[in-house]
Every structure is written in structure tokens, then in C-alpha cells.
Design a protein around this ligand. Sequence first.
Ligand code: AR6
Length: 211
Amino acid sequence: MALKISEILTWTEYFKKTLYNQIKPVFTESVSNVKPSYNDELNNKVSLLKTDITKLEIDAIVNAANKTLLGGSGVDGAIHKAAGPQLKEECKTLKGCETAEAKITKGYNLPAKHVIHTVGPIGENSFLLKLAYENCLKVCRENNLRTIAFPCISTGVYGYPQEKACQIALQTVRNFLESNHTSVERIIFVVFLKEDETFYEKYLQFFFPIE
Ligand code: AR6
């Protein structure tokens, strides 16, 4: 069953329903010297969702691909399988993708209209991981797409430490939204693993504080 944007809780709703006054502790530690300020508008532009990214009926889902763009395992395999063979045919015309670049295709049989393919760094490289997120957001904006979902880029086969990758993803999206919030309706952080869900629940409270 495909999931529409109207069915996905915003971070504010998620926090109030799932975390606030619940068993899970509210996070108060500091990640960096500069703590982002409370911004209700931005808090309503992000979501955390534990799901299969191929089920989302939104403008674009991001694929954590490899440089060939011709498919692979993990989220890449799931996206190609759900989109059908036409996705690979279009990907062949793109002539590959360098690390941190982002290239857009149609979604074909996916409920999502587009796929934005990026290639994350192999191992820990914060500059390139940040750039990969930034380039996906740039492609999203240039194509007037308003709803986008990211998987945890590089944290599977490519071995980026999950907790550090989560912080980079959130910091980069927060920075983007500070200057581009009118161009997007929702940026969804899709997690597949329980561990990642815990990291995002923790660090969203730092990068998108709720009062
Ligand atoms: N929906 C959402 N997230 C998923 C899904 C899914 N259906 N399946 C896996 N994940 P990975 P990478 C999560 O390995 O580290 C491929 O072979 C997964 O749990 O897919 O960037 C490519 O072709 C993890 O949290 O991507 C490249 O060769 C996250 O997606 C290489 O792997 C990313 O894990 C890229 O490695």
C-alpha cells in the first residue's frame, strides 16, 4: 500500500505522539556548539519514517546508488525492482554518476514520480556525504519537486558509521531549509533499521528542537 504525504506525520506530530512524555528519554545533549533554534515552520517540513522507501507516493525518492547507476543491492536493488526495467534503461542514458553527484529519472512503476540517484562516499567522508545530500536537494528544487525522501545514504554496503551519518544528514537538511523552506513541502528521513530510527529520534531533537 502506497503512503501519501498527508498520511505521514510531521516531526512535530511525531515528537508529540511518540516521544514526548513517553518511555523514551528526551534528548538534551549538545552535538555542536551552535544549537539550532526552535522553528515551528521548519519542524513541520521534516518527517521521520521507518518504512520501505519504495512505498512512498511523493514527488521524489532518493536512491543510494553506485557510480554505474545500473542497480545493486540494498535500497538500490529495492528501488530498481519496484520501478521495473524501464528505470535501468533510463539510467543507462545517464552515463554513470560521480560520488556526491545527483541525477534524476522518472519513477516508472514506483508510486513516487521521480528517483534522484546519488552515490554516497565509501567509508566516512563528511564532506562528500554532505555534498550528496546538498546535490539531491538542489536537483529537487531545480525540478520544482516539493516532497522528497532520503534513505540513510552510505550507511549500508558503503559502511559510513550510522550515528555520524545521521548527524550530517540532519545538519545538511536544516541548513538547506534555513534558506529554502518555501521551495519544499516535506523532507522525509526514511529509516529501515531500528538503530537508525533511534539515532534520528535523538538527533532530530537537537537539529529541529521542539520548544
Ligand atoms: N527502503 C529504505 N531503506 C532501505 C531499503 C528500503 N527498501 N533497503 C535498504 N535500506 P545501502 P549504501 C537502507 O547498502 O550504503 C548498493 O549495492 C539500509 O538499511 O542500500 O549507500 C548500491 O548499488 C541502509 O540503512 O546503500 C551501492 O553499490 C541504507 O538503506 C551500495 O549498495 C543504505 O544502505 C551503496 O551503499
